[in-house]
Structures are given as structure tokens and as C-alpha cells.
Design a protein around this ligand. Structure first.
Ligand code: COA
Length: 144
């Protein structure tokens, strides 16, 4: 499967397929609007959503973005029917390449406390836990 997929940046037309995939992967939460997140990432030159295609079907994604200091990965998702075949590793590698090409020396990502089982996946790919506490504040009203 991994050799037969191609990876490219998404276009606006990919939105519905991507949001469907994110929902199937349990990544959609009430306080984030996935369609708005997708559109925002595509609207900046410092971010995008990478998609893996098997034929014309989107089977995996990774949102990437850089803030001028660090690179970030969000919405890493592999079609549940195709997990365990190397697509997650491939998408992280593609995201890292995108961020390295953007000049970022380091890549970071956030894991929800409710998704602890994914930690072993990232550790397998060379990621380490970071002794930091994230703090946050909305600058807009969050989605209902
Ligand atoms: C996490 C996710 C992207 C992994 O994708 P995947 O295609 O199943 O992973 P891969 O097949 O590429 O696995 C890569 C490596 O990690 C290992 N791995 C995968 N899941 C693992 C787990 N839960 N524990 C330990 N190792 C794991 C694999 O054995 C493989 O090792 P190898 O390449 O050395 O043989 C996928 O399960 C997913 O979409 N999950 C739901 C969404 C999600 O949680 N996203 C992350 C949000 S932070």
C-alpha cells in the first residue's frame, strides 16, 4: 500500500474527504471546526494539509505548519482500514520534509490526554516526550 500512494498538498476541493477522514479517526472535537481548520491551514503559505492518495481516494493526512520558530504537525490521520501498514510513518516523514524545507530545526506535536496510546507510535518514530506544560487562550470564540 505504501508504495502505491502519492502524497501532495490538499486543495480546497479535498475538504469534505479530509473532514470525513478526520472524523473516522476520532480527531474531531466539539471545540474545533475541522472544515475551518482545513481552510485556515490552506490559506497561509506557512502551513498546509498533506494528503496521501490511493488512486483518487484520500487515505491519510498530516497538517503541517511553521510559526517562524518551530514546525508543528496536527491532524495526523490514517484511514482506519489501512492503519498498521506504514502510512502513518510515511505521513510523518513527509511532514518532517516539508518543515525541514521551510527551514525549521525542530518539529513538535500535541497529543490529547485521551489519546495516550498514540505515544508509542511517535516514540517508535524517534519522538520524545517534552517536559513542558502547554497553556492556551482563545482569541476568537471557540466553536460551540
Ligand atoms: C496514529 C496513526 C496515524 C498511526 O498510523 P499507522 O499507519 O497505523 O502507523 P504505521 O503503520 O505507519 O506505524 C509506524 C510504526 O509505528 C508502530 N506503531 C504503530 N502504532 C503503534 C502503537 N500503538 N504502539 C506501538 N507502536 C506502534 C508500527 O509498528 C510501526 O513500526 P515499524 O515501522 O518500525 O514497523 C493511526 O493509527 C491513526 O490515524 N490513528 C488515529 C488518529 C490519531 O490518533 N492521530 C494522532 C493524533 S496525535
Amino acid at each position: 500500500m505504501n508504495h502505491t500512494v502519492t502524497v501532495r498538498p490538499c486543495t480546497a476541493d479535498d475538504r469534505d474527504a479530509v473532514v470525513t477522514l478526520w472524523s473516522a479517526c476520532g480527531l474531531v472535537v466539539p471545540w474545533n471546526d475541522p472544515a475551518a481548520d482545513f481552510a485556515l491551514a490552506l490559506s497561509k503559505t506557512s502551513s498546509t494539509v498533506l494528503a496521501a492518495l490511493a488512486g483518487d481516494r484520500i487515505v491519510a493526512t498530516a497538517m503541517v505548519g511553521q510559526d517562524g520558530h518551530r514546525g508543528w504537525i496536527y491532524y495526523l490521520a490514517v484511514d482506519p482500514a489501512l492503519q498498521g501498514q506504514g502510512l502513518g510513518r510515511r505521513m510523518v516523514s513527509e511532514a518532517e520534509s516539508w518543515l525541514a524545507a521551510a527551514g525549521m530545526p525542530k518539529v513538535q506535536l500535541l497529543v490529547r490526554e485521551t489519546n495516550q496510546r498514540v505515544l508509542a507510535f511517535y516514540e517508535r518514530l524517534g519522538y520524545a516526550r517534552s517536559p513542558v506544560t502547554m497553556m492556551q487562550k482563545w482569541l476568537t470564540n471557540p466553536s460551540p
